[in-house]
Design a protein around this ligand. Structure first.
Ligand code: COS
Length: 400
């Protein structure tokens, strides 16, 4: 696969104008340019996605960026998880390398439930190591027959010898096979639907866990199916309240959905930058591509799609940070995050497609940045709640 490409030497670096919006404060305005400068200096060979992902985790740790995945009490950069920082990080990383964004995001998603609901001992055992890049994290929720319909999961954790015995399988698990630990959701009360699910922390070396089945996808990143065969866990592995796993999963996804929107935004901004550079350079019919009104209209459309995505994304992150501080609960934020994820991922797909069209034949040539973005963006409309799930969340909210 294609090595990580640096922005085209003539591609304009992303504008920082949005940081002046009232959604952000000085903390964000200070970290964003430092991050942008750092990201532009990284050179990672992404030929092997697993090796590259490990490399990115080490670099992100050394740069201090993984500290934004955990709270300050456990080695984090800020007192609590800050959605706006996560959004800036993912947007910037995705602009430079979607795999860098992936490596960052999974440290956050994989440890998020421990931050939200871990005991002090669990937090001390995992969170500082996540921030230092010493432990790679993963979030294991989906199953072959339970993707969008989380409550239909079949994996079970049955009481056993003062602990639990975990059986079943999980699939589409990002970081599967390279993670040091998994936050796994399983039924502890099989007849109770969403109210019968609990979360567990499972170390990768745990006997009874097999993570060797890799899944190959169009935009390569570490992904695997996990199989649990009578995997015995101590009582200390339970994360959060017994039978409280569904809400914990939803709360964790709530934090990260706005950041998926941000990743899509970063990719869309990169496609836009590539398209603008190309349009100014490409000669045809005695003028540049940019001289055609058709091109200008297309760039205008891309720009509006990006702006809409950006505002919804920043609003969602800001709302979440406000409700986390005031303890005001989540329904407004859940809907805002759903709007942001839906709009930013769908818009980014359109923007990248339009940009690719401008490149003509070169747009589909393997090795071109626009070609890899076209593959990179696709899964964001599916993972962490498909567009249809976001529509469902918004529809339910509208009917309330
Ligand atoms: N925060 C806190 N609690 C939440 C919540 C949230 N965001 N969303 C739902 N809940 C609670 C509900 O309040 C309800 O609580 P009670 O049992 O006390 O009434 C419970 O969880 C069940 O909620 P609901 O009835 O809405 O659940 P559904 O089974 O209908 O599922 C969807 C709702 C489809 C929205 C949910 O399953 C979902 O988000 N699916 C997508 C999962 C996903 O993102 N998968 C990707 C995994 S990571 S790649």
């Amino acid at each position: 696969m294609v090595a990580f490409e640096h922005p085209h030497p003539h591609v304009t670096p992303p504008s920082a104008a949005h940081l002046e919006l009232p959604f952000f404060d000085d903390t964000h305005r200070q970290m964003a340019p430092e991050l942008a400068a750092w990201a532009a200096q990284q050179h990672v060979d992404e030929t092997d996605d697993r090796a590259a992902c490990r490399d990115w985790v080490q670099r992100l740790a050394a740069g201090g960026w993984l500290r934004y995945c955990v709270p300050a009490a456990h080695g984090g950069a800020l007192p609590a998880l800050d959605s706006r920082s996560l959004v800036i990080l993912r947007e910037t990383l995705a602009y430079h390398s979607p795999l860098a964004d992936f490596a960052f995001a999974m440290q956050g998603l994989g440890s998020g439930a421990i931050t939200l609901a871990g005991t002090p001992a669990q937090q001390a055992a995992y969170l500082p190591a996540v921030a230092r890049g010493e432990k790679i994290a993963a979030f294991a929720l989906s199953e072959p027959e339970a993707g969008s319909d989380v409550a239909a999961m079949r994996s079970s954790a049955t009481p056993h010898d003062n602990g639990y015995r975990l059986s079943g399988s999980k699939t589409w698990i990002s970081n599967g096979g390279i993670a040091d630990f998994y936050v796994v959701f399983a039924k502890t009360e099989p007849q109770a639907g969403a109210r019968g699910i609990s979360a567990f922390i499972v170390d990768a070396q745990q006997p009874g866990l097999d993570s060797s089945e890799h899944i190959h996808v169009m935009a390569p990143h570490p992904l695997a199916t996990l199989r649990f065969a009578d995997c015995e866990l101590g009582a200390h592995a339970l994360l959060g309240p017994l039978h409280g796993g569904f809400k914990l999963a939803m709360q964790t996804l709530d934090i990260f959905r706005a950041s998926v929107a941000a990743a899509a935004l970063g990719m869309a901004r990169r496609a836009m930058a590539e398209a603008v550079t190309h349009a100014k350079e490409r000669q045809m019919f005695g003028q540049t591509l940019a001289d055609f009104q058709l091109t200008q209209a297309r760039l205008g459309e891309m720009s509006a799609l990006i702006d809409a995505a950006a505002l919804l994304t920043y609003r969602a992150a800001w709302l979440r940070d406000c409700s986390a501080t005031s303890g005001a609960g989540t329904p407004a934020y859940t809907a805002a995050a759903a709007s942001a994820k839906l709009t930013a991922t769908e818009n980014a797909q359109r923007v990248i497609d339009m940009a690719l069209q401008m490149f003509g034949g070169r747009g589909v040539q393997v090795g071109q940045k626009i070609e890899s973005l076209y593959r990179d963006i696709r899964s964001l409309r599916i993972y962490e709640g498909a567009s249809e799930v976001q529509l469902l969340i918004l529809g339910k909210q509208a009917l309330k």
